[in-house]
Write a protein that binds this ligand. Structure first.
Ligand code: 2BA
Length: 108
């Protein structure tokens, strides 16, 4: 069994969640914040059998778009952006996915 930890842009999260659940994946959605840009993103926890990992990754890939995040505007003021982020356009995503081996899953 595997656990996919997928960090997805907030703007893609609804469609990613919907596509995964439609294909009978069970998903936990966490509201998270990227440490570099300090803006919200979404982290999905997806526990699945090894045989279905490729399918889950394909769905995430299909619906996660690459975006350019501008930090040039006054929007950045007071947000606590990392020094390196200020004044630069940053390419974010599609998705960042970690794959973790899981010994087992129990439900009570
Ligand atoms: P953030 O940490 O806010 O990073 C947003 C984007 O800023 C990144 O896009 C990358 O293009 C750039 N970036 C991040 N750290 C940087 C640094 N130290 N120097 C220069 N540029 C940097 P993505 O790579 O697509 O990452 C999107 C989000 O996925 C990240 O948001 C973070 O929440 C997560 N993430 C990505 N890689 C990760 C990792 N190795 N470990 C944990 N979380 C990760």
């Amino acid at each position: 069994m595997k656990l996919l930890i997928a960090i997805v842009n907030n703007d893609d999260s609804a469609v990613v969640a919907s596509a995964l659940t439609k294909e009978n994946f069970t998903v936990t959605k966490l509201s998270t914040t990227g440490g570099f840009l300090m803006v919200g993103n979404t982290t999905f926890l997806i526990g699945t059998e090894d045989e279905r990992v490729s399918e889950a990754k394909e769905i995430i890939k299909k619906y996660s778009k690459t975006r350019t995040h501008s930090t040039q505007t006054t929007d950045s003021l007071g947000r606590g952006f990392a020094d390196g982020a200020l004044g630069n356009d940053v390419t974010v995503g599609g998705a960042t996915v970690f794959l973790v081996n899981v010994e087992g899953m129990e439900k009570y």
